[in-house]
Design a protein around this ligand. Structure first.
Ligand code: ADP
Ligand code: ASP
Ligand code: MG
Length: 406
């Protein structure tokens, strides 16, 4: 069998953990498999590199940032090859350039376009364990790009798809996908399995256990993912087409603190204003999430919306430029907000899910400032300081800890 395994940053944080992972890779190899391994940067390396850059220049060029950040993953694969060699196994580390993993040109958020499997296949045929640097790519200018924070998961799934691998295993520092971040909700339940659609929502709404684009790719290419711990042999969670379990009302609670609310106050209350605002943002590649428009009063109205924190400054700059032309009174920005969401394929056919969520927040005396819903999720905007409390309250209201004992 051909197996793709991905190990996250905490799994390879120091020499001892590198050897722990090396031994797991060897176990897989010894079961008569070909093994391709994708690695993240060790521990906090990526964050440390970002801090280092900001010390030098508070607004570094994105191209240079990618050049810097990609070095973290390159260290990991080289060190892992050395560990495997030390244990008597053939291994070779490859970066994105050597694999010819090509991407779009969007530095810091590039999308994978193609992977030339020739080199990987050649190395496998030579009986090598192949170690590929996650998170990085090369664009049309032969420049280094990165795939966005958490992007090594996406590298792994893309390689599994390109190689038509028999399995894609994502090893991390928790035992699988839980009903909420187990670091925040101590009695969260591990899910045996979850559908691509639910996992995609959870990942997009802030559950960092998987990069959202990795789930998108897995769904597109029908690759079942196994999420499990690199520290023990517990079975983990399978992410796949449709869960065999009856559709759960709520399968998870997610939180996203990396968002900002922008409010446009005293806009002229005439047709076409929302169109003007959001088309300007769209043209500048800024995605808008929850939107709220007030009822017009005295010829004016307010529009508030949320954007990713990393887009907030750019969004404000552009809107300031068009402020007078659109007829906006003031623009204000609030980053003391967070989005709390519940996801579940079963909620589409059950009434009362939203009210139960709101009741949980009311019981915890948490104020809701915006609401947005879709078929399989409900999101609310709340004060950032209330996120953990709100997550636990909702988790308890839907009795999600009880899944543990099913
Ligand atoms: P890696 O470095 O292995 O990629 P990440 O830190 O990116 O690991 O993702 C794993 C972390 O995701 C866990 O430590 C956990 O705190 C967090 N997490 C958030 N939501 C969930 C969830 N629903 N289930 C499991 N883990 C979650
Ligand atoms: N090292 C990168 C990050 O910290 C990519 C990853 O870990 O997946 O975001
Ligand atoms: Mg990750």
């Amino acid at each position: 069998m051909l197996i793709v395994q991905k190990f996250g940053g905490s799994s390879v944080a120091d020499a001892q953990r590198i050897f722990n992972v090396a031994n797991r890779i060897i176990d897989t190899k010894n079961e008569d498999n070909q093994v391709v391994v994708v690695l993240s940067a060790q521990g906090d390396t990526t964050d440390d590199l970002i801090d280092k850059a900001k010390e030098i220049n508070p607004k570094p060029a994105k191209r240079e940032m990618d050049m810097l950040l990609a070095t973290g993953e390159q260290q990991s694969v080289a060190l892992m090859a050395m560990a495997l060699n030390a244990l008597g196994y053939n291994a070779i580390s490859l970066n994105a350039f050597q694999v010819q993993l090509t991407t779009t040109s969007d530095y810091s958020n590039a999308k994978i376009k193609d992977i030339d499997t020739e080199r990987i296949k050649r190395e496998l045929a030579r009986d090598n364990i192949v170690l590929v640097a996650g998170f990085q790519g090369v664009n049309i200018f032969n420049d280094v790009t990165t795939l966005g924070r958490g992007g090594s998961d996406t590298t792994a799934v893309a390689i599994a798809a390109a190689l038509n691998a028999d399995a894609c295993e994502i090893y991390t520092d928790v035992d699988g996908v839980y009903t909420a971040d187990p670091r925040i909700v101590k009695d969260a339940s591990k899910l045996e399995e979850i559908s691509y659609d639910e996992m995609l929502e959870l990942a997009s709404l802030g559950s960092k256990v998987l990069h959202n684009r990795s789930v998108e790719l897995a769904k597109k290419y029908h690759i079942p993912l196994v999420v499990r711990s690199s520290f023990n042999k517990v079975s983990g969670t399978v992410v796949k087409e449709d869960s065999k379990m009856e559709k759960m009302l709520v399968s998870g609670v997610a939180a996203d603190k990396d968002i900002t609310r922008i409010s446009l106050l005293n806009i002229e209350d005439t047709p076409g204003k929302a169109f003007e605002v959001f088309s300007i943002l769209g043209r500048n590649d800024i995605s808008v999430d929850i939107i709220l428009q007030s009822i017009g009063r005295d010829g004016t109205k307010d529009i508030s919306f949320t954007v990713a924190k990393s887009d907030a400054d750019a969004a404000c700059e552009i809107l300031e430029k068009y402020k007078d032309k659109i007829g906006v009174g003031t623009i204000s920005l609030d980053d003391n907000v967070a989005k709390l969401s519940i996801v579940g394929a079963g909620m589409a056919t059950h009434a009362g899910v939203a009210s139960l969520m709101f009741e949980a927040l009311y019981d915890a005396r948490i104020n809701i400032s915006m609401i947005s819903t879709s078929e399989i999720k409900i999101s609310v905007l709340i004060n950032k300081d209330d996120v953990e409390l709100g997550m636990r309250a909702i988790h308890q209201k839907f009795n999600l800890a009880a899944l543990n004992s099913l």
